[in-house]
Write a protein that binds this ligand. Sequence first.
Ligand SMILES: [Zn+2]
Length: 391
Amino acid sequence: MDYPRDTEAGIVVNRRKFLGLISAVSLMSPSWLLAAPLSGVSHCQVTHQGGLTRLVLDLAGTVDYQLFTLTGPDRVVIDLHGVAAHLPAGALNFAGTPVRGLRSGPTKTGMRLVLDMHQPAHAVAHLVHLPGGHQRLVVELPVGKAAAMLARHAPKVRPAIIAIDAGHGGKDPGAVGGGKHYEKTVVLGIASALYQQLGRDPRFHPTMSRDSDFFVPLHQRVLLAHQRRADMLVSIHADAAPSRSARGASVYVLSPHGATSAMARYIAESENSSDAYAGVFDKTLSNDDPMVSKVLVDMSMNATIASSLDLGRTVLGHFKQVTRLHQRRVEQAGFAVLKSPDIPSILVEHGFMSNPYDCGRLIQHTHQVELAQALHASIGDYFRKYPVHVA
Ligand SMILES: [Zn+2]
């Protein structure tokens, strides 16, 4: 197996190519050239008709992917995360297509496929959800008229702006574990890892409410997300409980009516007390704030909460692979930082600083990175379902 030689530094991401997510071209009846069973990839096919070459990968389970093009020499690169790196050499026949050959190799998170092209590549991809939780990745490589036609019909998708909110900071340490480990430090580690990962992903523009150890009042975190026109807000926390045995991660979204559990109320109250450190009382839900009062009776708030719940469930799905869950369902409570009327927002408690086992893991860089990867994958899933189109 020929391992791809592309180094990270050598990769120039072609955003426009990636962003041209399109629907399948149903007019063409493809003639299957080959079908080979693969480990991780259950089925792989190549077709070529009417100037359009399609590479179809059937995948067991749900995956995350990135696609980009490179020049000198011309290549199309597909990174599949969470897929076993196995693809039989020489299995696919690209005769008569703009593809010279296919290479594959393992990456840290799965497999990289590299299509070596005869000519500068146009490439678009989309995922189709199949029954049984399987997915089909369709990569389309149009040339000539087909390329022009696809470009005309492609909806204009733009990168999603992700507001990453590292909780607490500065004079507000947040939860304290073992007498010396601060939540503000742990969450900055996770937030920074997520910022770096999203920054390397052409689908996203990350922005942070704080990138070092300083205090940001809760209402200002919401304001920053709005000023930066965020499409999503992810607030990153680690919690504490009176019982040292409480452990595991939880995901919260806003409840306009009250907390779903006593624990949710307790956590929300302790997180909301953050602004007391700056002498700022959280006014975002008080009735003298005209914007928010109006919003609370606005249907859009319900839609935003529904979107946030969807995102929250996705996060729990990815989190259970890297950590224990404290709550198996998304909790709802009145967190001040989640009160954006129109930005899907979640607050993630990544574990308990008050639990010695959780705290020991949370302070580890490797665990912070894997938590960030789970968030990254979740955000990817969410925006695949709800892409952000240019207005
Ligand atoms: Zn916190």
